[in-house]
Write a protein that binds this ligand. Sequence first.
Ligand code: IPM
Ligand code: MN
Length: 337
Amino acid sequence: MTAEAVKVLRAVGERFGRTFELEHLPWSADYYLESGITIPPNGYDMLRQFDAVFIGALGDPRVPDNRHARDILLGTRFELDLYVNYRPVKLLDERLCPLKGRTPADVNFVVFRENTEGLYVGIGGRFKAGTEDEVAIQEEVNTFKGVHRITRHAFEFAKARQLTKVCMADKSNAMTQGHALWQRVFRELSPLYPEIEATHYYIDALAMYMVLDPAQFQVIVTNNLFGDIITDLGATFQGGLGMAASGNLHPGRTSMFEPVHGSAPGFAGTNVANPIGAISSAALMLETLGLEPEAAAIEAAVLQSVRENQVTQDIGGKLGTKESGDYIAAQISAARV
Ligand code: IPM
Ligand code: MN
C-alpha cells in the first residue's frame, strides 16, 4: 500500500511540477528482527528534519509483543508530540456503506482523537503476574493541557471550515475523575465559539448514534482510546478499514501520516490489499503541507476509481493493490481529475 501511495505522490508531483524528495527509512519488523533496533536512538530527531513523515502499517506476528510498532508509531506520536489524530470519515459512494440507505451526504465527518495521553501512556504495572492473585493496573492520563489543545483544535477546525457542530464524547458518567476534566474543558471552550453548536454524548451512545444517524455529525472530539475504537467503526462506513486515512499532527511541526488500518500480515505480498487508505493519507499529508490542489487531485482520482469500480476486491472491484494504485496515478497523470 505504501508503494502505491508513493507512486501517486510522484504522479501528483509531476502533474503539478513539484519534486517531492522522499527518503526511505527502513524501520520495520524485518529491520527489527535483523538488527534488534526498532527505531535508532536519534530516530525521532531524524524525523523532525522532514517536512512530513509517511508511515506504512505496522504489526507482524513474528514480533508478538509489537515492540517495533510501539516504538515507531506510538513512540513518534509521543516524541514528536503529535497531539491531533485527524481521521476523516467520508463515504465516497453509497454502494460502499454497510448502513442501509446511507449516501455520501449522510457520512461526512471528522474525528479528532487525542493522540498523546489517555490510556496509551503505558503507565501501570502488574503485580503477582501469572498467578491467580494477579493485579493489572493501567492508568489513564488526562491533563488540562492535553484535553484543552485537542478540544480547541476541533473547534478551530470547525470554525475554519464553517462547520457548525462539534460533538465531544467521553465516559464521564463512569470515569468521574479523568473525564470530569473533559467536561470542564468542553464547558469552558464552547462559549468561545458561539456560532458552533457544542454537543456531548457518552461514548457508548455516540457509537450507537454513529450507526443510527451519522448525518448529525460534523466534528467529533474524543480521547485516545475511544478515538481509536470509533475510527475503526467509522472506517466501516466508508467501505472498510482499507479506505480510511489518518494524520498525526502537531500543527506547525513535522507531522506523520498513516492509514487507519493495521498490517494484515496474512495478505502480505498477495497484491490484494486496498491501497486507498494509504493513498488518501498521502492526500491528507499534502493538504496539511498547504498543497491543497495536489491533495484535491488525489482525492478526485480516488473518487474516480471508486465510481468506475477500478478498485480492489474488498470494495467490490477486481484489481490488485498495484493496479488500483496504477489506476489512481494514471487519472492524475492524464489530468482526468
Ligand atoms: C491505530 C492503531 C494503533 C493504535 C495500534 C497499532 C497501536 O490501531 O493507529 O489506530 O491503537 O493507535
Ligand atoms: Mn486503531
